[in-house]
Write a protein that binds this ligand. Structure first.
Ligand code: NAP
Length: 277
């Protein structure tokens, strides 16, 4: 494990890279820990053609992202939270599923580090999110709702209407295409688990950061799921580097073959809408 030290100089260089300054990079004078911080974040800051999708999960030692009653406040430690805000600051857009938007009512802004707040995208196929949700009301950035319904939204909120596949899920490829059409190159898939799983199983994630904080919750939703395998040799084993951020440990996973979907457009389990209402 390498210690990552995100000093002001490192962060300034990362923000410059995010703003497409190709010359921005590590300085000779940087320490090893500063160079490690650059390695951790530079792949997120660097622009790519089309939409470049990366996900971030903040979880406990036992892989939970909330308690069974839904308390998800600060699973991550202080440095893990800063890490999340850095991921947001390096992204053009941040995507959450409607359950996260309903349960946590997040602002999805960048507050813990200097940097721009990304556009907000909510996947809300049935139009369940009220117009009063914090992610939709703050008009300082673009706000987008991906819907399968005709529900009208407040002025200023962009609506992308996508048709679900037969299984009930909107194909993640269609969502990624819509995000690219909207001009979002660097896209953070922030959660929750269901939303990340759709992109992971479709082979659309270029990178996955799992930030582990030293607490044990015991039960509750898990941070990460994917299509199960019968044999360990078939498990997804991404090339991974591990970084220490004082209070949290970040597993930086490079998902080498985005585009090689593990599954077809529809997962084996169809979407059961009634059970979720
Ligand atoms: N620790 C962390 O890093 C972190 C980050 C984010 C969230 N969370 C936690 O995660 C929990 C919620 O996660 P979750 O997994 O239950 O739900 P979620 O991913 O937030 O939302 C899932 C819902 O979003 C919609 N959706 C997402 N992708 C879709 C697609 N491809 N096609 C159609 N609909 C799609 C569906 O809405 P419908 O149900 O309306 O059909 C789906 O049920 C909360 O407790 C939150 O606090 C933790």
């Amino acid at each position: 494990m390498q210690r990552a030290d995100v000093t002001d100089a490192v962060w300034a260089a990362l923000l410059a890279r995010r703003n497409d300054d190709a010359a921005a990079g590590p300085s000779q004078e940087w320490s090893e820990a500063e160079r490690a911080a650059w390695e951790l974040y530079a792949p997120l800051a660097t622009g790519h053609p089309g939409a470049h999708l990366f996900a971030q999960v903040g979880q406990s030692l036992d892989g939970r992202i909330a308690t069974p009653s839904g308390d998800a406040t600060d699973v991550s430690g202080p440095e893990g939270l800063k890490h999340l805000h850095r991921c947001r600051a390096l992204a053009d857009a941040v995507v959450v599923g409607v359950k996260t938007a309903l349960q946590d009512d997040p602002r999805l802004t960048v507050r813990l580090v200097p940097g721009p707040s990304p556009a907000r995208v909510i996947i809300d196929p049935r139009g369940r999110l009220p117009d009063s949700a914090k992610a939709l009301t703050d008009a300082s950035v673009r706000r987008v709702v991906i819907q399968a319904s005709d529900r009208p939204r407040a002025p200023g909120v962009e609506v992308v209407r996508l048709t679900p596949a037969e299984c009930g899920w909107i194909a993640p490829e269609d969502i990624a295409g819509a995000l690219a059409d909207l001009g979002f190159g660097r896209v953070l898939i922030e959660g929750g688990c269901v939303t990340i799983q759709r992109f992971l199983d479709a082979g659309l994630l270029h990178r996955l950061h799992v930030a582990v904080a030293p607490l044990i919750i015991g039960d509750g939703p898990s941070g990460l799921r994917t299509a199960p395998v019968a044999r360990l040799r078939d498990a997804l084993r991404p090339e991974t580097r591990v970084y220490g951020l004082e209070t949290d440990v970040v597993f930086d996973c490079a998902l080498a073959n985005p585009g090689n979907a593990k599954m077809s457009r529809c997962p084996t389990e169809p979407k059961v809408v009634a059970a979720r209402a």
